[in-house]
Write a protein that binds this ligand. Structure first.
Ligand code: ZN
Length: 272
Protein backbone atom coordinates (compact mmCIF):
# COMPACT_ATOMS: atom_id res chain seq x y z
CA UNK A 1 0.00 0.00 0.00
CA UNK A 2 1.29 3.37 -0.92
CA UNK A 3 0.51 6.26 1.39
CA UNK A 4 0.18 9.76 0.10
CA UNK A 5 2.59 12.26 1.51
CA UNK A 6 1.19 15.75 1.16
CA UNK A 7 2.56 17.17 4.35
CA UNK A 8 6.18 17.56 5.23
CA UNK A 9 7.71 18.98 8.40
CA UNK A 10 6.74 22.59 8.99
CA UNK A 11 10.20 23.72 7.97
CA UNK A 12 12.11 22.17 5.12
CA UNK A 13 13.62 22.55 1.70
CA UNK A 14 11.25 24.43 -0.60
CA UNK A 15 10.49 22.32 -3.69
CA UNK A 16 10.92 25.37 -5.91
CA UNK A 17 13.70 27.65 -4.61
CA UNK A 18 15.50 24.99 -2.57
CA UNK A 19 15.90 27.24 0.48
CA UNK A 20 15.23 25.90 3.97
CA UNK A 21 12.09 27.79 4.90
CA UNK A 22 8.78 27.46 6.65
CA UNK A 23 6.66 25.41 4.24
CA UNK A 24 3.22 26.57 3.18
CA UNK A 25 0.22 24.79 1.70
CA UNK A 26 0.02 24.91 -2.06
CA UNK A 27 -3.32 24.17 -3.68
CA UNK A 28 -3.26 22.22 -6.95
CA UNK A 29 -4.91 23.62 -8.99
CA UNK A 30 -4.39 27.05 -7.42
CA UNK A 31 -7.03 28.45 -5.10
CA UNK A 32 -9.95 29.89 -7.03
CA UNK A 33 -9.37 27.52 -9.94
CA UNK A 34 -10.95 24.37 -8.52
CA UNK A 35 -14.33 23.25 -9.80
CA UNK A 36 -14.84 21.18 -6.62
CA UNK A 37 -13.31 21.21 -3.14
CA UNK A 38 -14.93 18.40 -1.17
CA UNK A 39 -12.96 15.49 -2.61
CA UNK A 40 -11.94 11.89 -2.28
CA UNK A 41 -8.43 11.25 -3.49
CA UNK A 42 -6.35 8.20 -4.18
CA UNK A 43 -2.73 7.74 -5.14
CA UNK A 44 -1.85 7.62 -8.79
CA UNK A 45 -0.42 4.13 -8.18
CA UNK A 46 -3.81 2.89 -7.04
CA UNK A 47 -5.59 4.74 -9.83
CA UNK A 48 -3.31 3.36 -12.56
CA UNK A 49 -3.53 -0.16 -11.15
CA UNK A 50 -7.29 -0.09 -11.64
CA UNK A 51 -10.14 -1.29 -9.49
CA UNK A 52 -8.83 -4.70 -8.39
CA UNK A 53 -9.25 -5.13 -4.67
CA UNK A 54 -10.26 -2.56 -2.14
CA UNK A 55 -9.39 1.02 -2.93
CA UNK A 56 -8.35 3.43 -0.23
CA UNK A 57 -9.28 7.07 -0.37
CA UNK A 58 -8.30 10.10 1.61
CA UNK A 59 -10.76 12.90 2.00
CA UNK A 60 -10.29 16.64 1.94
CA UNK A 61 -12.72 19.51 2.12
CA UNK A 62 -10.46 21.99 0.47
CA UNK A 63 -9.04 20.17 -2.50
CA UNK A 64 -5.64 18.69 -3.24
CA UNK A 65 -2.84 20.53 -1.49
CA UNK A 66 0.81 20.00 -0.73
CA UNK A 67 2.87 21.55 2.04
CA UNK A 68 6.04 21.67 0.02
CA UNK A 69 6.92 25.24 -0.95
CA UNK A 70 7.89 28.40 0.92
CA UNK A 71 5.57 31.38 1.21
CA UNK A 72 7.67 33.45 -1.16
CA UNK A 73 7.41 30.88 -3.94
CA UNK A 74 3.77 30.22 -3.11
CA UNK A 75 2.59 33.80 -2.88
CA UNK A 76 5.04 36.07 -4.67
CA UNK A 77 6.31 33.79 -7.42
CA UNK A 78 3.14 31.88 -8.34
CA UNK A 79 0.22 33.40 -6.48
CA UNK A 80 0.63 37.05 -7.36
CA UNK A 81 0.92 36.86 -11.10
CA UNK A 82 0.85 33.42 -12.67
CA UNK A 83 -1.97 31.62 -10.82
CA UNK A 84 -4.65 34.25 -11.52
CA UNK A 85 -3.93 33.93 -15.26
CA UNK A 86 -4.29 30.14 -15.07
CA UNK A 87 -7.57 30.50 -13.18
CA UNK A 88 -8.86 33.09 -15.60
CA UNK A 89 -8.11 30.84 -18.57
CA UNK A 90 -10.08 28.03 -16.93
CA UNK A 91 -13.03 30.36 -16.33
CA UNK A 92 -12.92 31.76 -19.88
CA UNK A 93 -12.76 28.32 -21.50
CA UNK A 94 -15.61 27.12 -19.28
CA UNK A 95 -17.74 30.04 -20.42
CA UNK A 96 -16.92 29.37 -24.09
CA UNK A 97 -17.87 25.69 -23.73
CA UNK A 98 -21.15 26.56 -22.05
CA UNK A 99 -22.08 28.87 -24.89
CA UNK A 100 -20.77 26.61 -27.65
CA UNK A 101 -24.24 25.95 -29.02
CA UNK A 102 -24.07 29.40 -30.47
CA UNK A 103 -20.56 28.75 -31.77
CA UNK A 104 -20.67 26.39 -34.73
CA UNK A 105 -16.91 26.26 -35.22
CA UNK A 106 -14.83 23.30 -34.10
CA UNK A 107 -12.08 25.47 -32.68
CA UNK A 108 -12.45 28.29 -30.19
CA UNK A 109 -9.80 30.87 -29.37
CA UNK A 110 -9.21 32.23 -25.90
CA UNK A 111 -6.95 35.13 -25.06
CA UNK A 112 -4.39 34.50 -22.32
CA UNK A 113 -0.77 35.05 -21.30
CA UNK A 114 0.82 31.72 -22.22
CA UNK A 115 4.17 32.24 -20.48
CA UNK A 116 2.44 32.88 -17.15
CA UNK A 117 0.32 29.76 -17.64
CA UNK A 118 3.52 27.75 -18.15
CA UNK A 119 5.13 29.29 -15.03
CA UNK A 120 2.12 28.43 -12.92
CA UNK A 121 1.81 24.87 -14.26
CA UNK A 122 5.45 23.93 -13.86
CA UNK A 123 5.58 25.58 -10.43
CA UNK A 124 2.69 23.50 -9.14
CA UNK A 125 4.12 20.38 -10.73
CA UNK A 126 7.27 20.98 -8.66
CA UNK A 127 5.15 21.39 -5.57
CA UNK A 128 3.29 18.14 -6.31
CA UNK A 129 6.37 15.91 -6.09
CA UNK A 130 6.06 15.74 -2.30
CA UNK A 131 9.76 15.78 -1.48
CA UNK A 132 12.29 18.11 -3.06
CA UNK A 133 12.62 16.64 -6.56
CA UNK A 134 16.14 15.62 -7.53
CA UNK A 135 15.49 14.62 -11.13
CA UNK A 136 16.80 16.38 -14.20
CA UNK A 137 13.20 17.27 -14.98
CA UNK A 138 12.79 19.02 -11.64
CA UNK A 139 15.99 20.95 -12.33
CA UNK A 140 14.60 22.12 -15.65
CA UNK A 141 11.26 23.10 -14.13
CA UNK A 142 13.00 24.99 -11.30
CA UNK A 143 15.32 26.82 -13.66
CA UNK A 144 12.30 28.02 -15.62
CA UNK A 145 10.03 28.93 -12.72
CA UNK A 146 12.76 30.82 -10.83
CA UNK A 147 14.19 32.81 -13.74
CA UNK A 148 11.82 35.63 -14.57
CA UNK A 149 13.76 36.39 -17.72
CA UNK A 150 13.23 32.88 -19.08
CA UNK A 151 10.01 33.11 -21.06
CA UNK A 152 10.07 29.71 -22.75
CA UNK A 153 11.20 26.62 -20.83
CA UNK A 154 14.32 24.89 -22.16
CA UNK A 155 13.85 21.34 -23.41
CA UNK A 156 10.22 21.19 -22.28
CA UNK A 157 7.04 21.71 -24.23
CA UNK A 158 3.62 22.18 -22.73
CA UNK A 159 0.56 20.86 -24.56
CA UNK A 160 -3.12 21.23 -23.69
CA UNK A 161 -6.59 19.97 -24.56
CA UNK A 162 -10.20 20.29 -23.46
CA UNK A 163 -10.89 18.15 -20.37
CA UNK A 164 -14.65 18.26 -19.69
CA UNK A 165 -14.65 15.95 -16.64
CA UNK A 166 -15.24 16.44 -12.93
CA UNK A 167 -11.96 14.99 -11.76
CA UNK A 168 -8.42 16.05 -11.06
CA UNK A 169 -5.25 14.18 -11.96
CA UNK A 170 -1.75 15.18 -10.94
CA UNK A 171 0.85 12.90 -12.47
CA UNK A 172 4.59 13.54 -12.29
CA UNK A 173 7.38 11.97 -14.29
CA UNK A 174 5.93 9.11 -16.22
CA UNK A 175 7.43 7.67 -19.36
CA UNK A 176 5.05 6.89 -22.22
CA UNK A 177 5.66 5.92 -25.84
CA UNK A 178 5.91 8.75 -28.34
CA UNK A 179 3.40 6.97 -30.58
CA UNK A 180 0.28 5.31 -29.22
CA UNK A 181 -0.93 2.11 -30.83
CA UNK A 182 0.66 -1.33 -30.81
CA UNK A 183 4.14 -2.61 -30.00
CA UNK A 184 5.32 -1.79 -33.50
CA UNK A 185 4.27 1.83 -32.90
CA UNK A 186 5.85 1.95 -29.44
CA UNK A 187 9.20 0.78 -30.78
CA UNK A 188 9.06 3.24 -33.65
CA UNK A 189 9.51 6.36 -31.56
CA UNK A 190 10.90 5.44 -28.16
CA UNK A 191 9.47 7.09 -25.05
CA UNK A 192 9.06 10.59 -23.71
CA UNK A 193 8.85 11.88 -20.16
CA UNK A 194 5.55 13.44 -19.12
CA UNK A 195 4.02 15.35 -16.25
CA UNK A 196 0.28 15.85 -16.39
CA UNK A 197 -2.17 18.17 -14.66
CA UNK A 198 -5.82 17.79 -15.63
CA UNK A 199 -8.88 19.39 -14.13
CA UNK A 200 -11.97 20.88 -15.73
CA UNK A 201 -12.03 22.31 -18.31
CA UNK A 202 -8.42 21.95 -19.50
CA UNK A 203 -5.76 19.24 -19.38
CA UNK A 204 -2.07 20.10 -19.60
CA UNK A 205 1.03 18.02 -20.07
CA UNK A 206 4.70 18.91 -20.04
CA UNK A 207 7.05 16.69 -22.00
CA UNK A 208 10.48 16.52 -23.58
CA UNK A 209 8.89 15.47 -26.88
CA UNK A 210 8.41 18.01 -29.67
CA UNK A 211 4.83 16.96 -30.34
CA UNK A 212 2.25 14.60 -28.95
CA UNK A 213 -0.91 13.20 -30.53
CA UNK A 214 -1.68 16.34 -32.49
CA UNK A 215 -2.23 18.42 -29.34
CA UNK A 216 -1.91 22.18 -29.46
CA UNK A 217 1.39 23.37 -28.01
CA UNK A 218 1.17 26.15 -25.45
CA UNK A 219 4.88 26.92 -25.25
CA UNK A 220 4.96 28.11 -28.86
CA UNK A 221 2.72 31.04 -27.88
CA UNK A 222 4.89 32.26 -24.98
CA UNK A 223 6.17 35.24 -26.96
CA UNK A 224 9.04 37.38 -25.69
CA UNK A 225 7.80 38.68 -22.36
CA UNK A 226 5.84 37.26 -19.46
CA UNK A 227 2.88 39.51 -20.18
CA UNK A 228 2.64 38.78 -23.90
CA UNK A 229 -0.90 37.87 -24.85
CA UNK A 230 -2.01 35.33 -27.42
CA UNK A 231 -5.30 33.91 -28.62
CA UNK A 232 -4.75 30.22 -28.13
CA UNK A 233 -6.88 27.64 -29.97
CA UNK A 234 -8.90 24.87 -28.31
CA UNK A 235 -10.34 22.03 -30.36
CA UNK A 236 -13.89 21.16 -29.40
CA UNK A 237 -14.30 18.48 -32.07
CA UNK A 238 -11.77 16.07 -30.55
CA UNK A 239 -12.60 15.25 -26.94
CA UNK A 240 -10.28 12.68 -25.38
CA UNK A 241 -11.54 10.26 -22.71
CA UNK A 242 -11.15 11.19 -19.06
CA UNK A 243 -8.32 8.69 -18.55
CA UNK A 244 -6.35 9.92 -21.58
CA UNK A 245 -3.38 10.03 -22.06
CA UNK A 246 -2.14 7.98 -19.10
CA UNK A 247 -4.35 4.94 -19.66
CA UNK A 248 -5.85 3.07 -22.59
CA UNK A 249 -4.92 -0.11 -24.43
CA UNK A 250 -2.92 1.80 -27.00
CA UNK A 251 -0.42 3.02 -24.40
CA UNK A 252 1.79 1.97 -21.51
CA UNK A 253 3.21 3.90 -18.60
CA UNK A 254 6.42 3.61 -16.64
CA UNK A 255 6.64 5.58 -13.43
CA UNK A 256 9.63 7.20 -11.82
CA UNK A 257 10.06 8.41 -8.28
CA UNK A 258 7.92 11.48 -8.79
CA UNK A 259 4.90 9.31 -9.49
CA UNK A 260 4.65 8.50 -5.78
CA UNK A 261 2.79 11.65 -4.83
CA UNK A 262 0.57 11.91 -7.85
CA UNK A 263 -3.12 12.11 -7.10
CA UNK A 264 -6.40 11.21 -8.66
CA UNK A 265 -9.29 13.12 -7.08
CA UNK A 266 -12.98 13.62 -7.70
CA UNK A 267 -15.93 15.15 -5.87
CA UNK A 268 -16.64 13.16 -2.73
CA UNK A 269 -19.51 10.75 -3.25
CA UNK A 270 -22.40 11.20 -0.82
CA UNK A 271 -22.42 7.56 0.32
CA UNK A 272 -19.12 7.84 2.16
ZN1 ZN B 1 10.71 28.75 -2.19
Amino acid sequence: MHYLKFKREQTGKCNICGKIEKLTWDHVPPKGGQAFNDIEQESIFQYLAGSNGERRYQFSQNGVKYRTICSNCNNALLGAKADPVLNELAADVMLMIKTRLTLPQATIHVKTKPALICKSLLGHMLSATGDFGMSKIDDRYREYVLDEAMIIPKGIKVFYWIYPYMSLKVIRDIAMPRYRGEWSDFSRGGVGMFSILKYPPVGYLATDLNEYEGLHELTQYCGSSLDDEAEIPFRLDVIQPEYWPEAGEDNFVMGGEGLGNGVSARPRSKRK
